[in-house]
Each structure stands twice: as structure tokens, then as C-alpha cells.
Design a binder for this molecule. Sequence first.
Ligand code: ATP
Length: 385
Amino acid sequence: MIRLDRVSKKYPDGTVAVQELTLEVQRGELVVLVGPSGCGKTTTMKMVNRLVEPTGGRIVVDGTDVTDADPVALRRGIGYVIQNVGLFPHRTIEENIAVVPQLVGWPRKRRNERARELMELVGLDPAVHGRRYPHELSGGQRQRVGVARALAVDPPVLLMDEPFSAVDPVVRSQLQDEFLRLQGDVRKTILFVTHDIEEAVRLGDRIAVFKQGGLLEQFDTPAAILGAPATEFVADFVGADRGLKRLSVTSITPADLEHPTVVRADDDVTAALAALGDERWAVVLDGDGGLAGWVGRDMLTGSGSVGERARRMEAWVRLDDTLKVAFAEMLQWNAGWIAVLDPDDDRYLGVLTPSTLHAALRRSVEADAKDVARAEVVLESVQNA
Ligand SMILES: Nc1ncnc2c1ncn2[C@@H]1O[C@H](COP(=O)(O)OP(=O)(O)OP(=O)(O)O)[C@@H](O)[C@H]1O
């Protein structure tokens, strides 16, 4: 969908911002460009919508060579979101969102409807915020307007240059969550620039790590970049705590689960004790295989049913959650294990413990190490091309 083929940019003063960069963003994919300040991320992005002209190579967007396209028409077809949004201060929020629809000649009624629909999509209330001016919104709300404006004429491609970096970390995290949800619905092809590796890992389907001079060091999935950095530069850039960051990109799989003793809520105490054998506790399920709680050996005294004695669970996770979510829940509840449920019907599947968590993390590192042999080959061929 977006293809950069040996693209270079040398500014007139001799600065080489990007060198022979080859990169492809597939339809519906979100690729994050990440790297230290001045490594050519913004230059790369601006060459795609021709705010900067390349000095070498070719850029093709949706089958069209951008150097052949009329730059104004090209920019209207590519949404662009920047750090400080660049809203018009004397226009209302609704008018700001409708800028491009107005430029391309949509009638007023359609423009207004579209602006309201987009406000709702990005979590703003059209009745409250639509008639306000940019200075009457918070930083986070202004960033949402920036995203809404970029989506106004439904462009297939979005370029986003540090769109969330001007807001505080809490709002930033909220905007990232909302943005991921939005992208799940609209599935745009997105090139996203950030200098923050955490943001890259959280948002990217793939991440391109750059170093000074616009050199591509590694282009791969977040898990592979964290699990098996291809070069020392990438390892330094992602940080010594990359093991921890990996938790947030590794999902729980059925193979990671342990299967402790399970008893039913309507089992009687004696049967449950027999089932427990030497174990100290068991998971308690209801009649439908749902999680009813847990029970300890010392709670199984007298007669009656397990259900009367079971303790309800404080927390659980689902199979499609990440290891980070599981680990955080275990810490929060000071628990030695956490139950894992089926994301579709909430049936109980097994439990995660600190040692299975660790094994899961190692498994994913090893899986990615295999991938990296491939990534290195690609990288070499790009650099030597
Ligand atoms: N108009 C220009 N003329 C000359 N040099 C430029 C120009 N714009 C950018 N540069 C230089 O090109 C290099 C890459 O800049 P660019 O803005 O693309 O980096 P970046 O990775 O986006 O940085 P940051 O994270 O700080 O925004 C830098 O050395 C910068 O000084």
C-alpha cells in the first residue's frame, strides 16, 4: 500500500537525513518509525505526502508513484496528524474537522454530519464540543480533534507524526487505547512516527528502528524487536528492560497453562478432599465449567458442599490477554496464581503461575530468535542493495 524503494533525502545544506530506505507498509497495517532525535523519521514521513521531495528512489502509494501525483490532491487523500495538531484557532471544532470536506466541495449539511459522526468516533460530544474553539479544549481533546480531522474524507492512508506526545502520560495512554480501538474499526494503512519505544511496541503491527542518518536497523514485529534485537544499536535503543516490555506483547497461549486439581461447587466435602490428594488448594467450577472460585484444604471440614466453602476469585484473565496483564493482576492481588478463561464463553481453561509465566516469556523469545535469522538476511540485503 505504501512502498519506499531506496529512498534518500539529502537537504541542500548537505545533511543526509535518509539513506536508501526500502520499506513497505501493507494495507491495513500500522507501521511505527522509531529512533533517536534527528534520525530522519519525520523526513521519511513527509516524503510520503511530498511535504519534502526525495533526492533519490521511489515512493508508491496505492499503486501511484507520488512524484507523478499532484501534491495538493495527494495530500487530500492522505490523512496527516501532527504533534501540536495545528487547528485553526478562529474556527470551531466542527469547522476544523470539516476543513478538508469543505476544500473538496462537500455541501454544508454533509460536512456537518460527517464532523459530528467523527467527533463521536473519537470520543467527543458533538453537542458540547462542536461549537467550542480549540483553546476551549484540553490537550488530549485537541489531539482527538486532530485524529478526527485526518479521517474526515475517509482517506485510506494516515501519516501520524508524534500525535500523542504533547499530552501527559495518563492522557497519552488513554489516547493510545482509544486509537487502537478506532484502528480496529477503520483499519487504515498507517505510518506512525514516535521516539518512544513503549508507544511503538503498544501500537505497531511492525516497527522500523532507525539510527542517525536515516539508516534502517531492524524492521520487524514488536515481539521480535524486543526478543531478538538484530544489532547492538537496537538492543540499546529498546533498553535493558526489554524483557519486561516483552510481557506486554506476548499473549497467553493454552500451552502456557497449568492444570491444578479441579472440583465442582456441588461436590461434597469428602469427595473434594479425596480429589485434592496431597494438594493444598483446588479450583472450583460451577455446573457450566465457569469459574466459581477456589478452595483450600483447611477449608474443607465437616460435611456439606464445596460451593458453601469456596472463596470467590478476586481476579482472572482471558486467553487473549497479554502476560503483562496476567503479571499485573497477580501482583495487585498478591496471588501465587491466576485463572485463565476462554475469551469467547468465559469457561475456565487453566491457571498461570510465576513459573509458567517465565516459561511463556522464554518460549516467545526462542520463537522470535528463529525469526531474527530471517530479519538479518532481509536487513543485509536492504543495506547492500
Ligand atoms: N529543512 C531541513 N534542512 C536541513 N536539514 C534538515 C531539514 N529538516 C531536517 N533536517 C535534518 O535532517 C535530519 C533528520 O531530521 P528529521 O526531522 O527527519 O528527524 P526525526 O527523526 O524526525 O527527529 P525528531 O525525533 O527530533 O523529530 C536531522 O539531522 C535534521 O537536522
